[in-house]
Design a binder for this molecule. Sequence first.
Ligand SMILES: Cc1cc2nc3c(=O)[nH]c(=O)nc-3n(C[C@H](O)[C@H](O)[C@H](O)COP(=O)(O)OP(=O)(O)OC[C@H]3O[C@@H](n4cnc5c(N)ncnc54)[C@H](O)[C@@H]3O)c2cc1C
Length: 513
Amino acid sequence: MALKNEYEVIIVGYGLLGQLSGLLLSKLGVKTAIIERKKDINLLPKSSVVDGQSLRFTNAINIYSEIKNLFNTPEFLDYTLPDGKIIQRSINKETSDGYPNVSTFYQPDLEVVLRKKIAESDLIDLFLQHELISFKEEEDKVSLKCKDISKNKLIEIGSNYLLACDGVNSSIRKKLKISSEYLKYNKDWLIVDIDIKNKSLMNNTIRQICDLERPTSFIYLSNKRYRWEFQLLPGENRDEMLQDKKIFSLLKKYIDKNVYSISRRDIFRFKAECSQNWLKNKIILLGGAAYQLPPFGYQSLNSEIRDINNLCWKLKLVLKNKCKPDILLSYNAEREPVAKETISSSLAMGQLIDSIAVSFKKNIPLEESVPPEARIQAFKDTRNSLEDDKKNKKIFYDSDVTKSFNPSIPNFYMTIDKERVLFDDLLGLDFCIFTAGKYNFSKKIIRFLDEINAKIYDTTNIVCEDMFMNESFKNYSFIIRPDRKIFGVSDNNNSLEKICEDLMRKLFFINIR
Ligand SMILES: Cc1cc2nc3c(=O)[nH]c(=O)nc-3n(C[C@H](O)[C@H](O)[C@H](O)COP(=O)(O)OP(=O)(O)OC[C@H]3O[C@@H](n4cnc5c(N)ncnc54)[C@H](O)[C@@H]3O)c2cc1C
C-alpha cells in the first residue's frame, strides 16, 4: 500500500490530552490525524480537577463557552481529620483571570463536547479502533503502521511529526527506549465514583482526609456525583478492594449505604517519574507518556495542558517553515524542570497530609510533625534555574527586568479605543508586542515580525484595569509568546529592537530575503 504522507502531525492517543492537542493544532492551522485503539469514551474514573490556567487555555482555543457549564466550582479546599474536623480550609475564589482557581468535572461529559468539536474540524482526521503497531523515521517523515481493529488489516500513514499522547504506559516511549527517572512515589489507589439517589447531601468541597491508617480524598464532582480515593495498604489485594462489599465498608464512615450507588471504580497506580528525554527528532512525548505525578494536588491534567500549550505554537512555526526544528528542544528544556517541580510539590503535599495525620494520632503539635520538605509547596521560577546547557535552549530573554515579572502574563480587562476588552482577546495564538509608545523597528525586524504573524499594539491607547500592568505598560514594552508567557521586557539597556533580535535567534528563524 502506498504511504500517504498527508499529515503534518499524527497524534497517538485520544484521551483528554490527545483531544486538546488536536483542537489546539487545528486552531493553529495544522493538518492532523489522531489514532486511537478504542472506539468509545473511556469510562474508567480519571481526571476530575482543573485549575484556572487550564480553563483559560480552553478559552484560547474557543471552547470555554461550550464547556463552562460542565465545571463545578468547589466552595472550599479542606484538610480534615477522619472524624470530619477541619484542620485547614481555603476558600476557592475566582482569580483575577476570571476563572475559578479550582474546578471539578465529570470527564465523560467533557469528552462528549471535545469529541463533537473534533468531528467538526476539517483539519483533523480521526482513526478510531486503530492501534499503533510500529513506526519509523525516514528522512523528513515519520511513517506509522496501524492495525484497523474492526477490519483486521494494516494501514500505513505518515506525517512530519508524531506526538505521543498514549498515556502512562506509552508504547512509543518504550519503542524509543527512553528510560525514566524514578522520583520516589509508587502506590495503588482505589478510585470510587458514586451517584447520590436524591438531592446533594454533602458539601461542595475537595477534601484531603488526613487519616494515618489510610490516606483518603473526597471530591464533589457535580450535582449528584462524588468521588472518593483510598490509598491501598501493603498486602491489600486489588480484586478484593474492587468488590462492592469492600467499597461499602470503606465508605461507611462517610455516607449512608442506602443513599448512593457505585457508578465507577478502578485501581490506579500513581507514580512519580520523569522521562530522560521528551523528544527524539520528530517524535515528541507529552503528558503521561513523558512523566507521571502522584495524586496529591490533582495536577496531572493541568501540567499536560501546559505541555501542549508550550509545544504546539513551536511546532506550527517549524511546520510552516518559519523556524528550524531546533526550537523544539526548548519544549523539553522549558517543560521538564517545571514538571519535576510539580512532582516535588505534589510529594510535599502528600507529606503534609501524613504529618497532619501523625500530629492528630500522636497528639503532638503540627509544627513538630511536618518535615521541612513538606513546607516547599510553592513553585519556583524555573526559567533560569537550570544548568547552562538547558538554559540556552529556552525561549526567554535574559535580563533583570524580564526576570522581575512573573512569566505567565495575567488576563485582565482593558479599554482600547474606547472599547472594553479582555487582554486574552487581543493575544490570540500568535506573538504579541505591546510597545510603550510608538516604536520604529528596523526593516529586518518588521519582516521577521510579519513572517511570524506578530501583532503589535501601542499601549498609549490602552488603559488596563489591572493597576500593576497599567503602570508596567507605561514604562516598558513587552513581547508575549503565543502561550501567554512573557518572552522579554524592554528597559534602558535592552531596547525592543535588541530583544526582537534575540527572539529571532532563539527561534532559529529561517531568514527569508
Ligand atoms: C484515577 C485517576 C484520577 C486522576 N485524577 C486527576 C485529577 O483529578 N486531575 C488531573 O489533573 N489529573 C488526574 N489524573 C490524570 C489524568 O487522568 C490524565 O493525566 C489525563 O486524563 C490525560 O491523559 P492522557 O490523554 O495523556 O492519557 P489517557 O487518558 O491514558 O489516554 C491515552 C490514550 O491512548 C490510547 N493508546 C495507547 N496506546 C495506543 C496505541 N498503541 N495505539 C492507539 N491508541 C493507543 C489509549 O487507548 C488511551 O485512550 C487522574 C488519573 C487517574 C487514573
